[in-house]
Design a protein around this ligand. Sequence first.
Ligand code: ADP
Ligand code: ZN
Ligand code: ZN
Length: 861
Amino acid sequence: MSSNPNVGRSGIVLESRASYDQSDSGQNRWIEVLVDCPEAEAQKRLYTYRLPAQLQVQPGDILSVPFGAQVLGAIAIRICDAPPPDLNPAKIRDVEDVVSAGFFPPTYWQLLNQVAEYYYTQLIQVIRVALPPGLLGRSQRRIRLAPGEGERGGQAGQAGSANYLSPSACQILELLQAQPSGDYSFVYLQRQVRGAYRAIRELLRVKLVESYLEPPRTQRPKLQKAVTLVADVFPLDLTQRQREILEVLRRRGGDLLLTELLQICNASSSTIKTLEQKGCVVIQEREMLRTSAEPILAGDQPKALTPAQSEALEAIASLSSFARVLLHGVTGSGKTEVYLQAIAPILERGQSALVLVPEIGLTPQLTDRFRARFGNKVCVYHSALSDGERYDTWRQMLAGAAQVVIGTRSAIFAPLPRLGLIVLDEEHDSSFKQDQPAPTYHARTVATWRAELENCPLVLGSATPSLETWVNITSQELTSSTENSLTHYLSLPERIQSRPLPPVEVVDMRQELQQGNRSIFSRSLQEGLQQLQDEGKQGILFIHRRGHSTFVSCRSCGYVIECPHCDVSLAYHHTHEEAAELLRCHYCNFVRSHPQSCPECGSPYLKFFGSGTQRVAQELAQQFPQLRYIRFDSDTTRTKGAHRTLLTRFTNGEADLLIGTQMLTKGLDISQVTLVGVVAADGLLHLPDYRASERAFQTLTQVAGRAGRGNDPGQVIIQTYTPEHAVIQAVRRHQYQSFIETELEQREALNYPPYGRLILLRLSSTDAAEVQETAEMLAAGLASNTLQGDSSSDAHPTSPMYEILGPAPASILRVANRYRWQIMLKFAPDSLPELPDFNELRLLCPSSVSLTIDVDPLNLM
Ligand code: ADP
Ligand code: ZN
Ligand code: ZN
């Protein structure tokens, strides 16, 4: 190596390059690769290969490697100085070739390594989250003539430098030259020519041929017919019908998929063909990315910003390097418009943006807005994509054109080159955290690292910022000068057009009962619903749970019907009159039919407790038969596209009420909604978790924020048995700041996040005794300091730097027949080096007990 080709590469690559240089002095180099095939995947590990001296390899290159009897695609992950000690170096096989260099952004592997380290996970597990399997699986290695070699014609032996080629190499060259495209699959050549493997190496070395990876043929992008309006002035001999169709096309921006146009106009394709013959439109086959198959709204223009929006946009646009920004905007203050206008100049610069959203249920509205603004530069990336869609998204991402990727938590790993901005919308949402399997990452934490590595700004948007973000941003904001600060607090304190936040009425359900109202709807809510009906407006009812009732119990003996596999009661599910009455476990999905009588005492008097979405819907149908409703929960939105369909039906006015769970809280922007009712807030308030109040405040504020986003003022009614609760009072007064200040005092007093850090060790086993014993043994070891990582250090000879809470059984001990115990470690953020060696802990667990290390856990149940 004469020059230094790795200037500007990441630290990791520089390191590996150092070992490469050594190899020139005769030493071996090894590389760990991810082999892309089901057998290798089942092994859940990386494979080590030797790097031949002449190959230049960087992490992120696509290689071909021998695997068993096959040659397979593999991703170069890590270059090592030494082979693993448990492998016989003589048995390590050579990397065959580099198929495609620089497939991934250079900092990408650094990010994955950082995740593996922080979350105490093996790199392979991080890769499995980041890169969905099968990327290379069906790809095919192909060999083609190098540019210029095809036209030479004649005998291979005459081709200049090819004079000394082996007979097999000549044979291959002839085959390629005889083929018009000059191109064959590697496998085909191997079958046709003896010794093809060696011969191809030979041809590659003298640069007569090239090797490349072709994406799977079955996954070729779909071709679809699109209709484009070409006539400015319509000819006179058109029928009324034909004019209508052209008018529709014009209103939709002059360009639609044929299938869409036919659907919208209820026309036949022969009608469109006639229009083509008359020269009004052209019909063309167009490569349609499956990712953009959802309808694209007519082009949308940037809105004139409010002063607060302009100020926020200017602040974000002025950032050209890493910084964290909290965009704290009340519900309906126009955060999305700020994201859109912040992203536009980034795309113009040829860079890309990553937008993370909590759940896919919220994405149709948001993606529609992005598509309307940026068209097919928008890609959607989430775990529910089909293989074909995922492949298309990958292809578009790796092609490197400027684009916006919108996705859920795992999209933080989207291998997007040239990132200019990362946005986390609704940053407080707990779906950004993965509880299991490992890595137990938080997309916000990973986003911070990624923004740092890519040196771009990270915008965290919310009406109810998490306490972590609040403390992180505001404490640093205060202590550093604003000029070159790494954190910025931006606020949108008002709704668009100075619309007021909706007044929140709190109804004491105890008094309702005292006054003889036994309905699940208070008199206030009944009035509100009546008014909806009278005035033809729309509303939302929020219920904490899906299903009908949270549990069923016997009136005679008190027996509660429980799941046979979990320590929880079964929820009663009954969607409509003719439907089967079912009991369902919300933890393991166990289902049984509803018994006619008590399994314990035979009494026929079973009683339902707790109201889910189904029961509220049924009561509504009884009391307000004219009100049409749509249920919006995970029972009704399971099928693909269901979120979009239900929301479209609702916004089209096909129903008066949306009845749903948590899903309703996430960013819905429906301007006709005037009434929001929270049927029972109490289920949210009393969860056994130090975060319960924060979460309840966020949920209630967000759901309240769905009301009055249009011209008509909104109204919120919260029903509760504890109206005096601090959370309820804060939501009623729209008081974010004073609420979290009180909350933060409590967290600080107890050393809980964001002041302290937590690591939760989750143990589970089908053997109740063994998991308990293991938990006790580990906890004792942790307490006696024998498992402390830095045990040789004299600095802290006795007391561990962390507090141990537990071992304790999980709040639901048994789920799906596994018994669960946990040990919590609590420590100050700066004492990390004193933590125990978690790998050692794993080794101490018997094979029947599984241990998950949840770093910064959010879900303590
Ligand atoms: P948030 O995400 O802050 O709750 P949204 O971004 O959904 O709010 O904006 C609320 C509504 O206001 C949306 O319908 C949006 O189109 C509209 N809007 C946003 N900014 C403006 C603006 N500057 N002028 C007019 N309407 C706007
Ligand atoms: Zn009974
Ligand atoms: Zn169960």
